[in-house]
Design a protein around this ligand. Sequence first.
Ligand code: CP3
Length: 355
Amino acid sequence: MTRLKNDTFIRALLRQPVDYTPIWIMRQAGRYLPEYNQTRARAGDFLSLCKNTELATEVTLQPLERFSLDAAILFSDILTIPDAMGLGLYFAAGEGPRFERPLREEAAIRSLIVPDPNTHLRYVMDAVTSIRKALDNRVPLIGFSGSPFTLACYMVEGASSKDYHQIKTMLYARPDLLHHILDITTQAVIAYLNAQIEAGAQAVMIFDSWGGVLSYAAYQEFSLRYMQQILAGLKREHDGERVPSIVFTKGGGLWLELIAESGCDAVGLDWTVDIGEARRRIQDKVTLQGNLDPAVLFSSPETIAAEAEKILASYGHGHGHVFNLGHGISQFTPPENVKALVDAVHAQSARYHQA
Ligand code: CP3
């Protein structure tokens, strides 16, 4: 058993009573922080930073030194899995992620294998162990993975995409091939997240960043179904504690009822939905995480406090809300505005948790 000094985030995920609404921020360790840029420069590049245990630990803790965040998130990337499958991940300066060997040929797809998380992805588990030690139970540590569909987008397109030409062509022309990729990737994600849990991750989140580009039927067949398999395969308890799970489909607002029944403890919301309406639609079955438009952080502390209040008020009284942005924080965010947000959420949310 571990004794967390601040377990507000875990309690909120499990829909237990809390004194205030906990908050963390997607991409909280990143380029908007000057100290992050300094550490990244020391590492060389982004991937070397992910693979350096000491420096990955350092950047994970940087936002916690500045802001009273209620959770830490492992510093890594969702593309570690396809990299470990041998696709050759690299980051071209200013262009985002790329693969040297995108999946286009049937033979390459049929020979994909599930990477062993404790060898090929050892550096991720080492980072988890090291971060847990450095946190000293101050706040919980979130582990994460991409969803199989989102990983497949990068594996097949070979880079970020605007039109999803390659993956959608495969989806309709050779659904059998895409299902094979998704099946192997699902097994990889289960092993990877369970290894993170063994190493000390106290909650896990599945980032389905591109599930929202699918049709209603295709979302269920090619994204949600595989996330359900992952949730069914996760270790639910470690070290005597429940390990809650969060599913975030960006652009999934029309499908919240379906996502809420996937077996997760919490659903992440992007900023396009009203959180109070979302709460009614899912009938309080799971916790909701979100959902401030990241662009609000370009404004002033007064506007930030007012926009945060709209979300707190819309969610209303009672438990089961984790505050976050509706997507990752922009690199152009002034850090002092993040402090304004975190402090506003803590100060203003207490009244929604009084009996
Ligand atoms: O939240 C955190 O602080 C944890 C770290 C984290 C990163 N990436 C670090 C990162 C997490 C949880 C991710 C997830 C991730 N990575 C997603 C899903 C979330 C989402 O945004 O929808 C996706 C799609 C990726 C793939 C990826 N990695 C892209 C598209 C990029 C380029 C993005 C950009 O802004 O240029 C990355 C690189 C990346 N991952 C950075 C960071 C801090 C920027 C790298 C740098 O320092 O230049």
